[in-house]
Design a protein around this ligand. Sequence first.
Ligand SMILES: [Zn+2]
Ligand SMILES: [Zn+2]
Length: 244
Amino acid sequence: MPAYYSQPAAANYSSPPPHAQKQRGYRICDQCGQVEAPAARFRLCGGCMVTQYCSQECQKVHWPHHKAICQHTTSQIASIKQHAASGYTNDENIAKNLRKFCSAHTSLLCWVGFQALQLKRVPSNIRQHALIIDLAPHSHPEGHRRFSVVSARIVKRNYIGDALVLADIQRRDDRCRQNGGIGALVVLVQCAGISQVMPIEVDPPSKISWDTREDWASVLHHFVESGRTDFQPISTTPRGIYYG
Ligand SMILES: [Zn+2]
Ligand SMILES: [Zn+2]
């Protein structure tokens, strides 16, 4: 199964910026870990069109570390396109719509992964486990709404057999911990033999005010089925309960 990166994100990175209400998730610079602000949009790597940087300097510094995974991602996408061009499948559209899905539901996927792995209670789960969300395609005019959730399950992280992707997740783990976080949470979103790997860098649980919820699977179903992209985690803080 081709597995490649989509939309690296951060879960509650440090403190949510004031504009968080309108954001779909925090994008972080893959070199320095800085969170994107609306005033200074990040640039995408022109090769893989996945990895993002706060500046040209960060992109330059990062290139020697990024080169291998960049070429890998590019070749995975090319092989899906080639497969689709052969006329047997519409894999290319599925890959494109999966990227739209991950982008539209970034905050939801970060929160669901955090709850499913019970990271508030057992932060070390982040090292061993990953969440897989299996989707089934159906027709809808909007790309990000062309999927239904079939199942969501926890697997060992080494379910990802791809050594390059695993090495890159390890690199994000290390960097996230150096910056005070607990590591990179891995969420895989799969459909029709295509697997998108979403690494999510997670703050220490003490900094995350999200309530622990057992009903994450039904929340996931609800937001995906209804096409709502305004998900915000419920948080109980000393000042009260915040519904996003
Ligand atoms: Zn940077
Ligand atoms: Zn790249």
